[in-house]
Design a protein around this ligand. Structure first.
Ligand SMILES: Cc1cc2nc3c(=O)[nH]c(=O)nc-3n(C[C@H](O)[C@H](O)[C@H](O)COP(=O)(O)OP(=O)(O)OC[C@H]3O[C@@H](n4cnc5c(N)ncnc54)[C@H](O)[C@@H]3O)c2cc1C
Length: 279
């Protein structure tokens, strides 16, 4: 394993905010994981940090990265086992090259396979679990479990993985033939036109409340473009908060609180954060 002590975490979050952490540990095989965890008191599994807002104070965590676990193994012509650390965009490239269809709508999501599984990531009505048969996880007692999708609680941007403190090691995926290049290009373009990809961000800040779109509520409440310090509610997509210039953790959390308060007062809706805040 590779250990970086006193690791500056700024570049490990796509918001480009983060203080120094106790350690950043990259494991090189899954057997290293449990013996390591037994000796750590406050660890946090990190993927690509594309959904993580990190405090810019000292981060009293040992961050563990599975990014070196990124193998794709062929089970049969429609099925793959994929390790959790694989970059999701690289996985989609693989599917395109191998003409496998099922996750085209998710093109452009910048996480790792493990990160998407953790929260059942998705877009345009499709979710990663639509193509998953089972997941392989490490539980708190050090057991490696294979859990069939039918036995797992999953929902909109939700899985029970968090409550159970499981670490995702890999998943078995099932696909159809014929990758839909046209659809994936269309979605890539939609993202380019509707998302502020030119600034550091974490994607959608809030989940869509049942029956509503968070972005619509925020823009209708007049907050689009509002700035606190270096953070702004994106003028391009109002559910995105962007780091326009040297934003601090407090700039972003203040904006989040302002949105939550405004939406509660105007619509009596409690917005739930999609991003994960770590301090
Ligand atoms: C420009 C942009 C667009 C985005 N668009 C979308 C979108 O359309 N749809 C969508 O769903 N999301 C979207 N996101 C959010 C983000 O990419 C996803 O939430 C993604 O799944 C996060 O993956 P990650 O590897 O970066 O996880 P991280 O941000 O590093 O971590 C997120 C959570 O996952 C946990 N985790 C990660 N790996 C594991 C593992 N192996 N085992 C256990 N827990 C793990 C972490 O502990 C943490 O709690 C977007 C983000 C950006 C920046």
């Amino acid at each position: 394993m590779i250990i970086t002590k006193d690791c500056n975490m700024k570049n490990h979050s796509s918001m480009k905010i983060g203080g120094v952490a106790r350690q950043f540990i990259e494991i090189e095989n899954k057997e290293e994981l449990y013996p390591l965890l037994k000796n750590l008191k406050n660890y946090f599994i990190i993927g690509n940090g594309t959904n993580l807002l990190l405090s810019d104070d000292f981060l009293d965590f040992d961050f563990i990265s599975l990014k070196k676990l990124r193998k794709i193994s062929i089970i049969d012509e429609n099925r793959l086992n994929v390790e959790a650390g694989l970059d999701f965009p690289l996985f989609l490239n693989y599917l395109e090259k191998n003409n496998l269809s099922g996750l085209e709508e998710l093109v452009g999501i910048p996480g790792t396979v493990g990160g998407l599984i953790f929260m059942n990531g998705g877009a345009h009505g499709r979710e990663i679990f639509d193509c998953i048969e089972s997941i392989e996880v490490l539980d708190e007692k050090g057991n490696i479990l294979i859990i069939e999708k039918k036995d797992l609680k999953i929902g909109y941007r939700y899985t029970e993985i968090k409550e159970n403190n499981w670490i995702i090691l890999s998943a078995n995926f099932i696909f159809q033939k014929n990758f839909n290049k046209e659809l994936s290009e269309e979605i890539k373009n939609k993202r380019k036109n509707s998302q502020p990809l030119e600034f550091p961000n974490l994607g959608s800040t809030f989940k869509n409340p049942s029956g509503f779109f968070a972005a619509k509520l925020i823009s209708e409440s007049g907050l689009q473009g509002y700035k606190i310090g270096g953070a702004q509610i994106s003028t391009k997509h109002s559910n995105f908060i962007v780091n326009i210039e040297g934003a601090t953790f407090s700039d972003v959390t203040s904006l989040i609180k302002l949105v939550e308060k405004t939406i509660k007062e105007k619509y009596n809706i409690n917005l739930e954060k999609e991003i994960i805040v770590l301090k």
